[in-house]
Design a protein. Structure first.
Length: 315
């Protein structure tokens, strides 16, 4: 179990880099980083596939298509949305909004299966909503005059990233729960190829043609971040998450996802070389507490009760 916990925390630490990388590569754009990151991810997967252990053989046409689309739309769409949210709003808002993903997935499952009474979720959801509202209010209050539209666009981008992440999670979970679920390494490689292919559509939006005018130090920094995000933030993070999922109960691995929010906030504040404002401390604490409480509610077996409604144990 210790190995599984360490693997899960490693994944969250690597995923958290998403919330600082777009600003760390300036003057290169989010489009540049997206293409470089997922091009690196796909290239790494293609090289590994030279060995038969990593080759996704025996996949049906439908499963191949799903894997490629998850990589192309899921990885690329999510990262572009998150990158613009970070660039437009700063360190605090995007990780907190996107960090509610486990709760939304659980709510969707609960609406379908009624695993937990809705009243059990009132307090956790209230904490989450209050925490996010406090941080959002502080971001708008601290924004310079006339930048409300920029903050609103960043909020919309964070919402788009959350929606993409939820859809990706639902489809990916359905595939991995199937009786003929693919091997984790094969599935990671297939999505990596899809992510690389998807990122190619963004080439017209990149500024690689002007790279000669960029100082060499900035180019080297960009290359280092692209390599780190492609190998560590994509391939290694996915592999670690597969390892964690195989060694830990679902209830525990789901709670570990909250670590992505924490790492993302820490990285963001380190990058901005500042301590969180009081409102950010309070909002983040409320949101993280609410997420943990909500996941905990889904993790507990439902106690038999005599009501007009039925509750089904298990999330």
């Amino acid at each position: 179990m210790l190995i599984g916990i360490l693997a899960g925390l490693t994944t969250c630490a690597l995923w958290g880099l998403t919330f600082v990388a777009p600003r760390a590569v300036d003057p290169f754009s989010a489009w540049d980083l997206t293409v470089a990151r997922y091009g690196t991810f796909g290239l790494a997967c293609a090289v590994l596939m030279l060995h038969r252990r990593f080759r996704p053989v025996g996949f049906s046409t439908i499963r191949l298509t799903i894997g490629l689309l998850l990589g192309g739309a899921g990885y690329v769409g999510y990262f572009v949305s998150a990158a613009f949210a970070v660039q437009l709003t700063g360190a605090a808002m995007p990780p907190l909004i996107i960090g509610t993903m486990p709760v939304f997935l659980a709510l969707i499952a609960n609406s379908r299966d009624r695993s937990v009474p809705w009243r059990s979720l009132a307090l956790p959801l209230g904490l989450i909503a209050t925490g996010v509202a406090i941080v959002n209010a502080s971001v708008f209050a601290a924004a310079p005059s006339g930048s409300s539209m920029t903050i609103s666009l960043g909020l919309a981008a964070a919402g788009a990233a959350l929606a993409i992440w939820i859809i990706y999670g639902l489809i990916n979970a359905a595939v991995m729960r199937a009786d003929d679920a693919p091997d984790g390494l094969h599935w990671t490689g297939l999505q990596g190829i899809g992510a690389a292919l998807g990122s190619l559509s963004l080439l017209p939006l990149t500024s690689f043609g002007t790279v000669a005018a960029v100082p060499a130090a900035d180019t080297y920094r960009f290359a280092a971040w692209a390599l780190m995000m492609g190998i560590a933030g994509s391939w290694l993070a996915t592999w670690c998450w597969v390892a964690a999922s195989r060694r830990l109960p679902l209830a525990l691995s789901a709670q570990l996802i909250v670590g992505e929010t924490i790492f993302g906030l820490v990285y963001g504040f380190i990058f901005e070389t500042r301590w969180p404002m009081t409102s950010e401390w309070i909002g983040a604490a409320l949101q993280i507490t609410g997420v943990c409480a909500a996941i905990g509610a889904f993790s507990r077996p439902a106690a038999p009760v005599v009501t007009s409604e039925r509750s089904v144990a298990g999330a």
